[in-house]
Design a protein around this ligand. Structure first.
Ligand SMILES: Cc1cc2nc3c(=O)[nH]c(=O)nc-3n(C[C@H](O)[C@H](O)[C@H](O)COP(=O)(O)OP(=O)(O)OC[C@H]3O[C@@H](n4cnc5c(N)ncnc54)[C@H](O)[C@@H]3O)c2cc1C
Ligand code: SF4
Length: 493
């Protein structure tokens, strides 16, 4: 029997030859193993975009590593552990090695199999360093972490001061969608034989929205830096039916499976910034997402522990309304548009995720784990380490405020200000009662009312509770709120 000294297991979210276990790999002595697990495929069934992206990227990577001279085994198996065990026995393997996994579940499974781990360097912040920061905080405020990252990594710094004189340009970065604006183009990626093969297997026609190889991901990065970075900041929170991507980078899918590494994205952005014609508000806004939010969310995932995802501190029990499966089941223009966009591409930017989908789920009392499952099944960039803190902590405040000091809730006014959804909607964002009342507005006030005992003493919510107490129509509001929930359940809202 031929024997393999070192088998390097490459999970489908670590597809980079320069990091983790692959950084020191040698085609002479190492064999690579990718396992296409039927169990994983089943969990991706909901979104063909996601399933296609996941399978095609892995197969492209296997091809690329073969071209680099490695023996690559691409094993189809019922599950990852079965795949690894089968190959280990078949090839008489001495040792199985892998980069430390990106999720608790994978870490547990691979530990049980006796796989040896190499440090995970897909992030800029080692887990121990994040814990050190978190253990020294009273509250885990992202802004403090982000500033410490800027200093530690020496990014956008003038000596010990932030470049541009401010740490944060959020105030400038909240413009609504512009009128009569020409949006810069996005790439359509070439579809090759591997893409078509995967498409045939799963019954899906790829449209080229998402690249499935490192070269495609690099092209996406270049397009962002060349054509979008300069305008990223001011419009990063805007939502419009005229353009699905605005100036967002569309890089999260590639970053999350390793086709791009965070350091090369940073390098490209900072090199472009160094030319001097990119507004600081845009560069800073983007850098904040990357070295701030992304690293913070990953750190929090590990810091808060494996059970965090089951949190439901507000006791929300609502089931998933039909509108999440079928956008035609609502007359709310915002929710309908966003759900349609998600179905079309598996992606919407952070504000529709936070202020439309999660805000709605929170206001309507949808169970956090039910909503989390839908989000994980629907988004192209979904992976547990990023979805769990974003949904449980930031979106649904289901963790009792461990991540965010107050819930991200708003009525229709915010959506009306930041989007063009409300024009042409059956509902009126200014009304909270009556048949034309915007469901967001009704449910927002009802949320404050329902959770008065939990949040009234939160000093960051003083203004909101002051407003609630001045309402003269609280009974009518409650009655409309229960009508709204019934209509939602019946698919008639
Ligand atoms: C409820 C909710 C769920 C989310 N689920 C996911 C998810 O499953 N996968 C995912 O990658 N992002 C998730 N995000 C974060 C964010 O919405 C996406 O990273 C972003 O929209 C991806 O598009 P982009 O690459 O164009 O991002 P850009 O707006 O161009 O931002 C650049 C990069 O910053 C990082 N980033 C920005 N915000 C966050 C954040 N809150 N958490 C982590 N990274 C961030 C991403 O890597 C992103 O690619 C979620 C946010 C919310 C509010
Ligand atoms: S009026 Fe309300 S439901 Fe309609 S689009 Fe605006 S926020 Fe959404």
């Amino acid at each position: 029997m031929c024997s393999v000294k070192r088998l390097i297991f490459v999970p489908f979210d670590q597809l980079h030859y320069g990091y983790g276990a692959l950084a020191g790999a040698d085609p002479e002595s190492d064999t690579l193993l990718l396992v296409e697990s039927a169990q994983k495929i089943d969990s991706y069934r909901q979104s063909n975009h996601r399933l296609h992206f996941y399978l095609s990227s892995a197969r492209h990577f296997a091809q690329e590593m073969t071209q680099r001279g490695f023996e690559v085994i691409y094993e189809r198996a019922p599950s990852i552990p079965v795949g690894i065990a089968t190959v280990r026995d078949r090839k008489n393997v001495d040792e199985v090695v892998c980069t430390t996994p990106s999720t608790f579940g994978q870490q547990r499974i691979l530990t049980q199999l006796g796989v040896k781990f190499v440090d995970n360097d897909f992030f800029l912040t080692p887990r121990a360093l994040f814990d050190q920061w978190a253990n020294g905080q009273k509250t885990y405020v992202m802004e403090s972490f982000y500033r410490a990252q800027r200093v530690r990594l020496g990014i956008l710094m003038d000596g010990s001061k932030p470049e541009g004189g401010q740490w944060n340009f959020d105030k400038e970065n909240r413009l609504p969608p512009p009128k009569n604006y020409t949006w810069s183009p996005y790439l359509t990626h070439e579809i090759d034989e591997i893409d078509l093969e995967v498409g045939r297997e799963i019954g899906f026609e790829p449209a080229g929205t998402w690249a499935t190889s490192r070269s495609g991901a690099r092209a996406q990065l270049k397009n962002f830096v060349d054509n979008h970075l300069a305008y990223f900041g001011p419009l990063e929170d805007a939502m419009t039916t005229e353009n699905w991507a605005l100036h967002h980078s569309l890089l999260s899918p590639y970053l999350n499976i390793g086709l791009l590494h965070v350091s090369e994205v940073l390098e490209a952005v900072l090199a472009r910034h160094a030319k001097g014609d990119i507004p600081i508000a845009s560069t800073e806004g983007f850098v904040r997402q990357l070295i701030g939010w992304r690293e913070y969310v990953n750190g929090m995932y590990w810091h808060l522990g494996v059970d965090y995802k089951n949190s439901n501190n507000l006791g929300a029990t609502g089931q998933l309304p039909e509108v999440f499966a079928d956008s035609a089941k609502t007359q709310m223009r915002c929710v309908g548009s966003v759900v349609r966009d998600v179905a079309e591409r598996g992606w919407v930017h952070h504000i529709p995720r936070l202020m439309v989908l999660s805000n709605f789920a929170l206001l309507a009392g949808i169970n956090p784990q039910v909503f989390l499952r839908w989000m994980q099944e629907s988004f192209i960039d979904a992976t547990e380490w990023v979805m769990v803190p974003n949904v449980i902590g930031m979106g649904l405040h289901a963790d009792g405020g461990q991540m965010m000091t107050k819930p991200y809730v708003s009525g229709g006014a915010y959506i009306s200000k930041m989007s063009d959804y409300c024009k042409g909607c059956k509902y009126n964002p200014k009304l909270r009662t009556g048949d034309s009342a915007c469901p967001f507005t009704t449910l927002y006030w009802d949320f404050l009312d329902r959770h008065e005992s939990q949040f009234a003493s939160n000093h960051r919510m003083k203004q909101q509770y002051f407003g609630l107490r001045r309402l003269a129509d609280r009974d009518a509001l409650k009655a409309r709120a229960s009508e709204v929930i019934s209509m939602l359940e019946q698919g008639t809202l």
